[in-house]
Design a protein around this ligand. Structure first.
Ligand code: SAM
Ligand code: SF4
Length: 455
């Protein structure tokens, strides 16, 4: 049995933190503003703050840290579901084996290319390949063939992969074929709940899943994404479990996660649950995002279209740094929507362009940047840049350049006007005069028709 998660310790930390001491919480909040992260004990205490001024102070601190570390950038991506066939029976998921209502489909390479082109036609440059676990159909060959075909077919510049745990040799192949980030959610960090939710199939093995990140690192993939599916068990336990997991692999491999996702359980057609077992309400969800932001300031936070437009817009300020937009959650869904093929119900149906308008209206700058992994700023190297604050020097100009490209190639007139204002503002915020000058020169090159220019 792998001992990454010390459940006893989590329960005892939670027990000790139930009584909220205002002055102690204020001290923790002040410490968090130094952007050096928080201990598990401190996180447990913040998680018990309910409403009122103290919670507002946590939110203010999260806004401060988000702004200090990430500025106003928001990275955009879209998921590409290649298959909804699955031999597992995760009770919460629409793709589970026993869901007889679902129209099953594994896309051919041609169909995957059609999907990638449809995503690119919206203006995206970054996709996340996702599939069920079906040995022989959705294994590593399916994924690497898909990656090759997508990279070749157009101008998608970064492919991240969210797929079932693999062997080291298989992760090596993903690396060789140009994976950006490997994403895997533990779903729940509580072993008993995990066992109930994953009754059969390869996914029933908690240890095989929690050690997937280790094997990815061993294979040389140093950008990894983690997450807990919120709603399966007590959210406080899950947040501490996830941070404990991060602590374990960061100690072992010297690198933390590139991203944390915050998937909140949604009803799904044909799922095996009657209701969401531990419903996370919006207030607690905001708190979770803010606390992650304070606990691991340099890790990106990803929010999907599982959430409503209003909440998504709000969470940008509290800590979210990457969002999906214009998403479909069924294989083939971009080219033609098929009924009864989705993994879960999408909650934000805005198109990418609508999303870009909203991001600009809220004072943020959309980014389609894919430079870091192409410049080998991944894993430890990325973290070093990030922690020194140097990442601003690359990220802000790259956001400006990639958004400019997007506006020129896909923007409507209204969006172009709004976008240019945001670009001008973002240019002014670049402190280094030489970088600012060089960004302006590169912008001219983009206006002249050159593409894919980055720092
Ligand atoms: N099949 C792979 C796996 O399970 O790791 C790939 C990812 S699965 C298609 C994507 C993720 O969706 C799961 O890890 C789970 O956290 C999440 N998910 C499943 N059912 C969901 C639901 N009903 N609502 C929200 N998220 C869900
Ligand atoms: Fe299959 Fe993944 Fe859904 Fe589980 S969460 S049923 S493994 S697609």
């Amino acid at each position: 049995m792998v001992d990454y998660i010390n459940e006893e310790l989590i329960f005892s930390l939670l027990e000790k933190s139930k009584k909220v001491d205002e002055s102690e919480i204020k001290e923790i909040i002040n410490k968090a503003k130094n952007c050096k992260g928080l201990s598990l004990e401190e996180v447990a205490k913040l998680l018990y703050v309910e409403g009122g001024e103290l919670l507002d102070e946590i939110f203010d601190a999260a806004r401060y840290v988000k702004n200090k570390v990430y500025g106003k950038r928001v990275v955009l991506f879209a998921p590409l579901y290649t298959s909804n066939e699955c031999t597992n029976n995760c009770l919460y998921c629409g793709f589970r084996r026993d869901n007889k209502e679902l129209h099953r489909k594994t896309l051919s390479l041609d169909e995957i290319v059609t999907e990638a082109k449809a995503i690119e036609a919206q203006g995206h440059k970054r996709i996340l390949l996702i599939c069920g676990e079906y040995p022989g159909k959705t294994g590593v060959k399916h994924l690497t063939d898909a990656m090759d075909a997508v990279y070749k077919c157009g101008d998608i510049r970064r492919i991240n992969v969210e797929a079932a745990p693999m062997k080291i040799e298989e992760y090596r192949q993903l690396k060789e074929h140009g994976i950006g980030t490997y994403v895997i959610f533990q779903e729940t960090y509580n072993r008993d709940v995990y066992k109930k939710m994953h009754p059969v199939g390869l996914k029933a093995d908690f240890d095989w899943r929690i050690t997937a990140i280790d094997r990815a690192f061993e294979a040389g993939i140093d950008d990894v994404g983690v997450g807990a599916l919120l709603g399966l068990y007590d959210y406080r336990f899950e947040v501490l479990g996830l941070l404990m997991h991060i602590d374990a692999f960061e100690k072992k491999y010297g690198v933390g996660p590139h991203t944390i996702s915050v998937p909140r359980l949604r009803p799904a057609l044909g799922w095996g649950l009657d209701e969401i077992p531990y419903l996370v309400n919006d207030d607690d969800f905001r708190k979770i995002v803010a606390v992650y932001r304070l606990a691991v300031p340099y890790t990106g936070i990803i929010l999907s279209t599982r959430e409503s437009p209003k909440l998504r817009d709000e969470l940008l300020s509290l800590g979210v740094s990457q969002i999906s937009a214009g998403s479909k959650t069924s294989p083939g869904g971009y080219a033609e929507e098929e009924e009864k093929a989705d993994q879960f119900e999408v909650n934000d149906h805005r198109t990418l362009n609508q999303m870009l308008e909203t991001i600009c209206d809220n004072g943020y700058i959309p980014s389609f940047c894919t430079a870091c992994y192409r410049r080998c700023r991944t894993g430890e190297a990325f973290m070093e840049y990030a922690k020194e604050g140097e990442i601003h020097e690359f990220c802000q100009p790259n956001a400006i350049l990639t958004f400019k490209e997007n506006l020129m190639d896909y923007g409507t007139d209204g969006l172009r006007t709004k976008g240019q204002e945001i670009i001008n503002k973002a240019l002014d915020e670049i402190e280094d005069v030489n970088i600012r000058k060089s960004t302006v020169e590169k912008l001219k090159e983009i206006e002249g028709g050159k593409r894919d220019i980055y720092f």
